[in-house]
Design a protein around this ligand. Structure first.
Ligand code: BDP
Length: 585
């Protein structure tokens, strides 16, 4: 899936701004024809979650209606017009000028509709109905009743009742873009890079949309530029596909610390005329699992960094570019080289910046809080599969993405969990054979899905949820558990979550739970253990920043306080401790 671009063949217009908005708790909108346009809407900012924009909307999860109006520029005539949503949480239905465009399920992946036949030059009315209600057959799930399936249930529940530990922000959370492409346009690009000695290989596959007058003579020109190189290859389309391999002697490789990028321009040609063009940054690099090691460009790498969230006051999970820049600056300051997009795909802007700045990303689907009771299981499996497909389609050209994670902390149980994960991980491998696949688990040796992973991601809270207050016992247990997992599976392991809540400003000596000292001490002692295990290839502290979650007895101020930075990005003691460790190593 290609992100909209602005060049001599393609235009795009960002519909961000103030839209009209209405909550619809009674579900009256459909009967009253709001899809054709509604009145008495109040202003809402797009993109942003709706929850913190109004006094009464915080815990309301839907349904709700959005609408905006737009005209078209004169020079879009004769082009193919598309409206693209970067992220709508959770269910979306869209209409243009009263005609139903379609719908999408799942909160963090893009979807789009062709509006060429429906759009008018003036006064178009775009309406979107959003429903973020939590339910057992949605992913991630919520409002699951019956047998306790999670931590919250055993601690008196949470509100809103999610099966996961972050606030269930709703709404149009990333930009809505209107864009125009030529009638015969590039529809998709796949770039795979490899290394033969010091020669980089850039394998490109271009797919184009159907031609107007037969496609016998269409060709693709691939031009790779950068680092003193300019290389062009032209090949004919066979059907709608054209492929090329560009060899780059003495390639400037992409890695953290030296994130070299080339620019790939792809054009469609017919009788020497250029019909469409698209450019893509390309980082030449390889990622391989070799025994217990994870290799980047043939060299072992060790991940330092965080599990994170897209979360900020008022805007919720809405795209906020300055926070992206700030978070990379803080990760650089502290000496992190990587992060996991826990627990859902992050914005395309976040990944573009990871490519540019040289951060390694474990890209995760929204499959958090999975459970394996029969009711709704097939539906949850279909959704998880859809997420794997959509995520890889969106992100596979990012050099920063080094691994796919298909789930976080599933409550894996026989007999369903093993086939469930085999299917998801096989699908990820079939769609992209160039990256290791994984899932993040708290079950350790008992994790049914680990058998099918290339790298094991483990989350551990010894010294916090278990062995509370006793870091020495917690880390001793950690050490034994890690060895047992390694004996059983024989694969490289990343500790993708460990940490402790610390209320900023709370101090205790000797360290006590919830104090900054305890958090810093626990993190430091965990890292000592991890560094003593040759099969451990990374340490991701949970979490980079404090973040908003549902209310519950373990969550003071409806925040998870495991951030080493506060929600407004101020360092706690643990951030300074990590900086000493990570900047030294
Ligand atoms: C893990 C989850 C993460 C939570 C964390 C915690 O993967 O989403 O926020 O625990 O409890 O189980 O802080």
């Amino acid at each position: 899936m290609l992100y909209p671009q602005f060049n001599r063949f393609r235009q795009s217009h960002d519909l961000s701004g103030f839209w009209d908005f209405r909550f619809d708790p009674e579900g009256a909108g459909e009967g009253q024809g709001w899809s054709r346009g509604f009145d008495r809407g109040r202003p809402i900012a797009v993109p942003a979650s709706w929850n913190d924009q109004f006094e009464e909307g915080r815990d309301y999860l839907g349904p709700a209606w959005y609408q905006t109006r737009f005209d078209l520029p004169w020079n879009w005539d004769g082009k193919r017009l598309i409206v693209r949503f970067g992220s709508v949480n959770y269910l979306a239905e869209a209409w243009l000028n009263g005609t139903h465009l379609g719908g999408h399920e799942g909160g963090h992946l893009p979807f789009e509709f062709d509006i060429t036949a429906l759009a008018k030059l003036e006064a178009n009315c775009l309406v979107v109905r959003v429903d973020g209600e939590l339910a057992g057959d949605r992913v991630p799930p919520g409002n699951v009743t019956g047998e306790a399936v999670d931590f919250f249930a055993s601690h008196g529940g949470n509100y809103p009742q999610a099966q996961f530990d972050f606030f269930s922000f709703c709404g149009i959370q990333r930009p809505v873009l209107l864009y125009a492409v030529p009638t015969e346009a590039l529809a998709d690009l796949t770039v795979i890079t490899d290394l033969q000695g010091s020669t980089g290989q850039v394998r490109v596959r271009a797919v184009k949309g159907p031609a107007e007058g037969g496609d016998a003579e269409a060709a693709a020109r691939f031009t790779l530029r950068g680092h003193g190189l300019e290389l062009a290859i032209t090949t004919d389309f066979t059907g709608d596909t054209a492929e090329a391999v560009l060899s780059v002697p003495g390639a400037a490789l992409w890695s953290p610390g030296a994130p070299h990028l080339y620019e790939l321009a792809v054009e469609i040609l017919r009788h020497g005329t250029v019909l469409d063009a698209y450019t893509l940054p390309v980082g030449i690099r390889t990622v391989v699992v070799d025994g217990d090691r994870l290799l980047l460009n043939g060299h072992p790498i060790y991940l330092t960094g965080f599990g994170r969230h897209e979360d900020f006051p008022v805007v919720g999970r809405g795209l906020l570019p300055p926070v992206i820049v700030k978070d990379y600056a803080l990760m650089d300051w502290i000496g992190a080289n990587s992060f996991r997009t826990s627990h859902y795909p992050y914005s395309e802007q976040m990944l573009d910046m990871a490519d540019r700045l040289g951060f390694l990303v474990i890209a995760e689907t929204p499959a958090v809080g999975l459970y394996f009771r029969e009711d709704g299981l097939e539906r949850r499996a279909e959704l998880c599969l859809q997420y794997v497909q959509e995520l890889i389609a969106r992100d596979r050209n990012h050099p920063s993405v080094i691994m796919w994670s298909v789930a976080n902390e599933p409550h894996s149980k026989p007999p369903h969990a093993a086939p469930f994960f085999r299917r998801l991980l096989d699908e990820a491998r079939a769609l992209d054979g160039t990256r290791p696949v994984t899932l993040a688990s708290f079950l350790g040796e008992a994790e049914e899905g680990f058998e099918f992973c290339d790298v094991l991601c483990l989350n551990r809270y010894n010294g916090w949820y278990t062995e509370p207050g006793d870091i020495a016992r917690g880390t001793a247990l950690l050490s034994a558990e890690l060895d047992a997992i390694h004996r059983r599976f024989g694969k490289p392991l990343i500790l993708t979550e460990f940490g402790a809540d610390a209320i900023s400003g709370m101090h205790a000596q000797p360290p006590e739970m919830w104090s900054e000292e305890y958090q810093a001490e626990l993190i430091g002692r965990y890292i000592d253990v991890l560094r003593s295990k040759p099969y451990v290839v990374g340490e991701h502290v949970w979490n980079m920043c404090d973040f908003k979650t549902s209310q519950g007895v373990g969550r003071a101020g409806a925040l998870n306080h495991k951030g080493v930075f506060t929600r407004d990005r101020r360092p706690k003691l643990a951030a300074h401790r990590l900086r000493e460790i990570w900047r030294r190593s």
